[in-house]
Write a protein that binds this ligand. Structure first.
Ligand SMILES: [Mg+2]
Length: 263
């Protein structure tokens, strides 16, 4: 069983991309690239009513993401930024209350944890995790670093919610924790999908989601002692023991204190 967690605004209280964008001393301002992104995004917006629509929407979002990533690479915006400069940003990143207690408990229970993020720097994520930085797998849309210096290119391929979904499919049993629309497909495709109670997804989901409080799951055992799929309403085929549908229609909302109690 694996626990997969988004980074920005799930682990942190605020988005951290703007911190990364503030590092380079470049003749172009960060707003140049956010303007490119926003104009590409606006032309892409459309209404979405179900999982199939959302899969198509997220697949098509790749071209929007690539518009600004390609511009950043073309201008070599991050070239020359060092790993030390990025790591020092972690002092400006606030982590949500209870998150480190959660990581400590996962370590004690020997639970496998991955951070799956559209963030641009595994160096930043690892630095924010501090003493736990080497205990978790970090997968993101990463800046390419050679000998501790950024080349200006990106080497990661986690750019949309569809990329996240593709990544989590390798794990047969999983819990996913996220906050926003780019997490939606992964949340629905997990045995337990947990949305942060502060998450934007609760305020603006593409269609009405079925959401319970995590505290409403009242089992005597915790899921470390049971099969994860016993905690869901997902139908399992009795012959093959596989889930009938990849996507659940039940999500849970929680904060990190609730999640610590849950595991
Ligand atoms: Mg997020």
């Amino acid at each position: 069983m694996r626990i997969l967690i988004d980074f920005d605004e799930t682990i942190t209280t605020k988005d951290t991309i703007s911190l990364l964008l503030s590092l380079p001393q470049h003749h172009l301002q960060p707003s140049h690239f956010s303007d490119i992104y926003l104009s590409a995004y606006k032309s892409h917006v459309k209404s979405v009513a179900n999982v199939e629509d959302e899969i198509n929407f997220q697949k098509q979002l790749l071209s929007v993401e690539n518009t600004s990533i390609n511009a950043l690479q073309h201008e070599k915006f991050f070239k020359g930024i060092t790993a030390n400069q990025i790591a020092r940003l972690s002092s400006e990143v606030a982590v949500q209350p209870g998150f480190f207690t959660f990581l400590r408990k996962c370590k004690t229970l020997n639970l496998a944890v991955s951070i799956l993020s559209l963030n641009w720097s595994s160096v930043l994520i690892r630095s924010v995790l501090g003493e736990f930085g080497n205990d978790v797998e970090i997968v993101c849309n990463d800046l390419e670093m050679v000998d501790g210096v950024c080349t200006g290119n990106f080497k990661g391929n986690i750019r949309t919610g569809y990329d996240k979904l593709q990544y989590i499919r390798q794990f047969p049993q999983k819990v996913y924790i996220g906050d926003s629309r780019s997490d939606l497909l992964s949340l629905l495709a997990s045995d337990v999908g947990i949305v942060m109670e502060s998450g934007s997804l609760l305020k603006k989901s593409p269609w009405e989601l079925k959401i319970k409080s995590l505290n409403e799951i009242r089992f005597v055992d915790k899921f470390t002692h049971r099969k994860v799929n016993e905690f869901t309403n997902r139908e399992v085929d009795k012959c093959t023991n596989r889930k009938v549908n990849e996507f659940s229609n039940q999500l849970y909302k929680a904060n990190w204190h609730d999640i610590v109690e849950f595991i």
